[in-house]
Write a protein that binds this ligand. Structure first.
Ligand SMILES: *[C@@H]1O[C@H](CO)[C@@H](O)[C@H](O)[C@H]1NC(C)=O
Ligand SMILES: *[C@@H]1O[C@H](CO)[C@@H](O)[C@H](O)[C@H]1NC(C)=O
Ligand SMILES: *[C@@H]1O[C@H](CO)[C@@H](O)[C@H](O)[C@H]1NC(C)=O
Ligand SMILES: *[C@@H]1O[C@H](CO)[C@@H](O)[C@H](O)[C@H]1NC(C)=O
Ligand SMILES: *[C@@H]1O[C@H](CO)[C@@H](O)[C@H](O)[C@H]1NC(C)=O
Length: 503
């Protein structure tokens, strides 16, 4: 049993696992889950926001002077509402994360919606090794081995953003225009870190759902799964209990003669189950993703889902005749996540969690985030994080050894409050406490200008999503606070500039 959680934790990082498998093997994925891909493709094609797509010739290794090939970094740009260089119109820069930048652009409505009010230009640079921004000319070559993947690091990505925006501003004679950073999830981590590393390039950062403390022992390793579990428990204690008891039931069933076939039929799987761990992983992923996208209105971020999806899942799990078995209940619950549209013929577990997806590499090098599942509070199988077995797995997969202390050495994290109070400024850490990643994020005000804006009922970077008619008051308030703080950063910057000019 324990194995299951360890496998998830390496791939679960940021909900984009589905997205990246979609990109890598679009045709395969289409076969297995047409409804999802269909919706998705439609969304991308619709291009809800207007922008130009451009490419910038980027340095492969910012930290050596080797004569290496360059690569084409994609970026999306809109200057439609920009008030221009004379007015010192701001640049809103979204720090692209681990996926296709068009997908982030279409799911970050907040930035597009507020840009006109600020007379801001909007730029979405893509993260290297994702989407169309592939070193060495193709995804296949970029992901060939540990030597070709060596340039896939957060430091290189930040340097890409810094170099790109500096060059862009120079081209537009906009050197004096202030840059404000935005980002969600890993992109939020990048936004916060970029403000700290490049304060001369960006005047502030809105880092939404950015778990910059999910490293080493800064937060307890149980945090993530405890939050997911509490999200279910708050909807229904019996639902939590059914899920908690289901792992043993699945394992027991798997041990029976013909048990794996029975599970295959019960869960409508396309292929015969080889091990109960595969099924448990698939279920665990659904619960974790549900906690991330537990939005109060219907959404199609990861999957088409109803409003308050956890409530709906628990209704399904609870709402059976008394004598119904736990497996039957679990199946109907998880179908909300994987088959809400009712158009999936059978479920394919073959999403290959150990495939060479970019985040797996990052998790095996810098982004080492320990995660355990506690025996008592968690509804997941109990599991103690084991760093040495994690290292072994990374070595097997990529022939690399993770450096679990590097992130805090490079960016800080331990005793963050004292450090940032002394030297940091102009960062908003926004979080919703339903989001399992909020546990590893900054939830306290650090200083006057490094602040935490929290909502009790928010999920994964809901504040960055486009406005809807169903937005609750707490969300409107959070966004208003963010807008006011950003306004203040810009005003102070303008005042400083004026003073300098008039001197
Ligand atoms: C700036 O202009 C140069 C010359 O036209 C071009 O090669 C480069 O890509 C531009 N930079 C950006 C960020 O677009
Ligand atoms: C089970 O194992 C076989 C052979 O290794 C493989 O082809 C098949 O895809 C596996 N089934 C699942 C559901 O992973
Ligand atoms: C998906 O939902 C539809 C409609 O309820 C159902 O007919 C179909 O069997 C479901 N697919 C799976 C894989 O369970
Ligand atoms: C951790 O994993 C290693 C194998 O990599 C194993 O030898 C060790 O016993 C495990 N430790 C615990 C506490 O389970
Ligand atoms: C941080 O300070 C701001 C005011 O600057 C306040 O609105 C917010 O609620 C504070 N956050 C926390 C977590 O106390």
């Amino acid at each position: 049993m324990p194995k299951s959680i360890s496998i998830i934790s390496s791939v679960l990082l940021f909900f984009y696992f589905f997205l990246s498998s979609f990109q890598l093997t679009a045709s395969e994925f289409q076969k297995s889950n047409p409804s999802f891909l269909g919706k998705f493709a439609q969304k991308i094609q619709q291009k809800p926001y207007q922008y130009e797509t451009k490419y910038y010739t980027q340095t492969l290794d910012h930290f050596s002077f080797l004569d290496l090939p360059t690569f084409q970094q994609r970026y999306l740009i809109s200057t439609d509402h920009w008030s221009g260089p004379k007015e010192l119109g701001p640049v809103f820069l979204y720090c692209g994360n681990e996926g296709d930048i068009e997908w982030f652009a279409s799911n970050t409505g907040f930035v597009w919606e507020i840009a006109p009010r600020f007379g801001a230009m909007v730029v979405f640079p893509e993260h290297r090794y994702y989407g169309k921004s592939m070193p060495f000319g193709s995804r296949e070559k970029a992901y060939k081995d540990s030597a070709s993947l060596a340039y896939l690091t957060a430091e290189q990505a930040l340097a890409d953003f810094a170099v790109l925006v500096t060059d862009l501003k120079r081209n537009l004679s906009a050197e004096a225009c202030p840059v404000v950073l935005f980002g969600g999830s890993y992109g939020g981590m990048l936004a916060a870190w970029m403000r700290l590393k490049y304060p001369h390039i960006a005047i502030g950062a809105l880092a939404s759902s950015a778990p910059i403390l999910q490293f080493e022992n800064i937060v307890p390793p149980e945090t993530f799964y405890d939050i997911v579990s509490n999200d279910f428990k708050r909807e229904s204690v019996s639902c939590f209990d059914y899920i908690k008891n289901s792992w043993e039931a699945i394992e027991a069933e798997g041990k029976k003669a013909d048990g794996l076939s029975h599970l295959t039929r019960t869960f409508h799987l396309c292929q015969k189950l080889n091990s109960t761990d595969d099924l448990s992983n698939w279920l665990s992923s659904a619960y974790s993703y549900l906690a991330m996208v537990d939005y109060p209105y219907p959404s199609e971020f990861l999957m088409p889902l109803p409003a308050n999806p956890i409530k709906e899942v628990c209704k399904k799990i609870d709402d059976h005749p008394h004598e119904a078995g736990v497996l039957e209940r679990i199946f109907s619950g998880v179908s909300i996540y994987y088959n809400y549209t009712g158009t999936v013929d059978c479920f394919d577990l073959g999403d290959d969690p150990h495939g060479m997806s970019g985040w797996d590499w990052q998790a095996c090098t810098e982004m080492v985030m320990p995660m355990s599942s506690s025996k008592h509070n968690s509804m997941f199988p109990a599991y103690d994080y084991n760093y040495s077995s994690f290292q072994d797995q990374c070595y097997k997969d990529y022939a690399v050894k993770p450096r679990n202390r590097w992130i805090t050495t490079e960016f800080g994290g331990h005793d963050l409050k004292t450090t940032l109070k002394a030297f940091g400024s102009n960062i908003i850490f926004s979080n919703g406490l339903l989001d399992p990643w909020s546990g590893g994020s900054v939830l306290q005000n650090v200083s006057e200008t490094v602040i935490a804006l929290i909502t009790k009922l928010g999920a994964h970077h809901i504040d960055l999503r486009a406005a809807t008619n169903e937005d609750p008051d707490w969300l409107l308030e959070q966004r208003t606070s963010e807008i006011n703080v950003i306004k203040e950063w810009i005003n102070i910057y303008y005042q400083e500039k004026m003073t300098v000019l008039s001197m």
